[in-house]
Structure formats: C-alpha cells, structure tokens
Design a binder for this molecule. Sequence first.
Ligand SMILES: Nc1ncnc2c1ncn2[C@@H]1O[C@H](COP(=O)(O)OP(=O)(O)OP(=O)(O)O)[C@@H](O)[C@H]1O
Length: 325
Amino acid sequence: MTPHPAPPPAGQAPPVLRVAGLHVRFRMRGGRHVEAVTDAAFELGSGSCLALVGESGCGKSVLASALLGLLPGNAETAGSALLADGLDLLAADERTLARTVRGRRVGLVPQSPAAHLTPVRTVRSQLQETVRELLAPKGGKARLRAAGESAAARAAFPADHLDHHPHELSGGLAQRAATALALVGDAPLLLADEPTTGLDRDLVDRTVDELRAHTRDAGRALLMITHDLAAARRVADTVAVMYAGRIVEIAPADAFFGAPGPRHPYARGLLDALPERAFTPIPGAPPELGDLPPGCAFAARCALADATCRAVRPPLTEGVACHRA
Ligand SMILES: Nc1ncnc2c1ncn2[C@@H]1O[C@H](COP(=O)(O)OP(=O)(O)OP(=O)(O)O)[C@@H](O)[C@H]1O
C-alpha cells in the first residue's frame, strides 16, 4: 500500500515536500533487480534545506530523478512524495509533471549541466526562453531580459558571458548557467544535484549561499545532493546520510557537524575522511545495489559490526539505522 503521511496539525503550514516509503528499483535482464532507493522518508519544512550526502552510487541522484518523474523505463517506484498543495510527485502523470511541476513547482540544478544546456543557443537566450515559458508568456522583451539577467546574477554567472554558447564556457561557468536556469522559474522546491561540481571554494560558498537565500522565504525549500560536506554544513538545517540506497541517519545539521556528531559508523567515517579531520578513508567499497547483503549493508566495512549486524537489517529508529549506535 502507498504510504501517505498524516496531514499536519490544523493551522500549521504543510511541509514543502514530504517523502514517505520511497522505493526505486530497476528491472534488469534475467529477472534481476537493482534496489537503488529503499524506504526513504524525510520532510522539507518551509524555508529549510536538507542535504543528502553519501558516496557515489548510493542512490542520491536516482532519488532526485524519482521526484521529477525522470526515471528510465526500467524503473519501478513505490511510496509517496507530497508537495505542500497535496500533489504526489510519484503518482502524477507525465503531462502534469511536464506542464506544472518541472521548472514551475520543482526546479532542478542538474548534476551534468552540459546535458541541460542547449548547445546551439546562448545562455541569455536560454534564460529568456525559460522565463517566457514558465512565467511570462506575454512578457515584454525588457522584462524577459531583466528576469534572465537577475537569475544569472543570483547564480554568480558573469553578465559579460551571457551571449556565449555553452561550448564557450568552462565547466564551472556551465554549472552556474544551469543554476541560473533553475532559479529563473522561481519554483518553491529546488533540487540541487551536486550544484558545486567544478567550482572553486569561493564560488562553492557563493552558489550554495544563493541557493539557500532563494529558499529562505516561507513556502520554499532546498534539497541539496552533495559529496561536499563543507557545502552541506554551510547551508543545511538537516543532513540525511544515504548508504547503499537507504537513509541510514537523518539529523539536525548542528548536531551532526558539531556535538554530539554523527551516530552511524558510516556517517562518522564520512566526517573522519575529511582532510580537516582525521583524513582517514573508510576501508572497502559499498556493496552492489543488485546484490545487497541480508543484514546491514555497511557491516562488511564497519569495525563495530557483529553477527546481528550481518544477519538483520537495522530499521531507521529515531534518526539512525544501526544496531550499534
Ligand atoms: N537505469 C538504471 N538501471 C540500472 N541501475 C541504475 C540505473 N540508473 C542508476 N542505476 C544504479 O543506481 C545506483 C544509484 O545511482 P545514483 O546515480 O543515484 O548514485 P549517486 O549516489 O547519485 O552517485 P553519484 O554521486 O556518483 O551520482 C547506481 O548503482 C546505479 O548504477
């Protein structure tokens, strides 16, 4: 049965996004399955930012694609992802998603900007076209121009590059152009998938600050997928750690990055791997999502694991999925 969370108490604004029991699996040849996202649940309150962190291949981008209805044909989903107005992103049909969701209610800062920029058009023309499509079908030229320039400025995209084509941009500038395109639609929910790839530290800070500023207003929220824990610390209210398709810890950012710190051994390992901390990598590699072990997926890499960890998958209880936390 599709889980639907209880409505918020009377008088309280509903969260901008409520994800419950989200599963995504891919059907593979020979009847095999890849369990890319298993039982994900979280809420994004009005004006808040949640950072989804974890190593490569743990399902973060698949989760974002599920929210936008952008999964490939071999994907099966379950669960719910409710916007504040009650629309379930997982149940919505393609027409609804294309006409009323992507860009309008949910903006995406994509992981690979090159795939999102049209090669034959300048950045300015793409921004103006997006404004025309999303916001102001009959807007005058001056208004379109101003809206495009304002989004570019907010994404720290330099005005003197607006008339350049994507192939004339560095990786960092292409990333900022894609960020500007996501901001131009003024969507209440922003999904930013590795929005700081290829940027130097100053620009990382500027970009995440801008995304954050965009979502400070009531009724807006940011879901930021990132490897960059410093960027997550800078902007997030809540941190969710994903491992092998599951959220294994979800915690207030202050507690996670400060005291008492992460509770899950994997989350502690992520922080300990940072150069400014112990600089100790987590040994081993994550398991294949098509061949997950029966117990805790982290057990093979965990110094604390015992027989229970290897045999019984720990449920997420009070924000952590670990028998030893
Ligand atoms: N169409 C597909 N068919 C089968 N498996 C897929 C498909 N798309 C993604 N996967 C698998 O889903 C898993 C999760 O991928 P995902 O891109 O979400 O990881 P991620 O955490 O975002 O990593 P990264 O940070 O490198 O993007 C990967 O193991 C990937 O191989």
